[in-house]
Write a protein that binds this ligand. Sequence first.
Ligand SMILES: [Mg+2]
Length: 276
Amino acid sequence: MTEQISHVLLDIEGTTCPLSFVSGTLFPYAARELGLYLERHHQDGTVQMHCQAVIEAWQQDSDPQARQLWNQAQTCDSVEVGGITVRPWHGSEIEPYLQWLIASDRKLTPLKELQGMVWAEGYARGELVGDLFEEVPGVLQEWQQQGLVLGVYSSGSIAAQKLLYGHSQAGDLCPLFSHWFDTHSGGKHEIDSYKRICAAMDVEPQHVLFISDSMAELQAAAAADLQVVLSDRDNSLSPEQRAISIQTTPAETGGYRSISNLNQLQLNSFPSRSHG
Ligand SMILES: [Mg+2]
């Protein structure tokens, strides 16, 4: 049985973009530029809103190191802001706490929002360029011209996805995509997320091809009846994932096809995964 593919759903990190771009370029850029960004934009209402949320989280953070940073911040001349005592607002007072959150890999929604704003400015200034694997822009264009509907599903926010594709080395590739999904559609290891995404794209799951470098994501997507292909780029898998992909037999992985380059896919004749 061959199911025609009409939609391609793409993971980003490890599939269309090197893992090193996110960990080695994007996050260090945000950490480096955050303080200056806050100083430049401390009168911006959105920035103030996120910073206020950071201050509230900081005040309630019971971690000893967070407490120590908080107490240090209070030793300077302080004022009352929204019922919380802080130093006069210059924008960068919260930077020590933000840097500590980043260094300890702590997730905080307002930090994520601020990082996104720093990246947006970096892309707009041309200091950041979305680094896609070499063949990706051409292949995406080809697929779109063939009439395939393209979608993104990444744990990075939709805003961050659009920045990356909107400022790629090949220019603005956003128009190639019809659908954008992030974790608001559910976690990438959850079967229901893929069902939800197919419903949102108004397509039967068996006509959707999902490509990712994560075996756990492929398993969830396959369980939702999508067709799946493993992106196995050199160095794109973590050692742990690589061990899984090497040790497991095709039967154990559901016979997932693996590619090291998007050019290797012949979508016109793509066979459905075995159901038996
Ligand atoms: Mg990935």
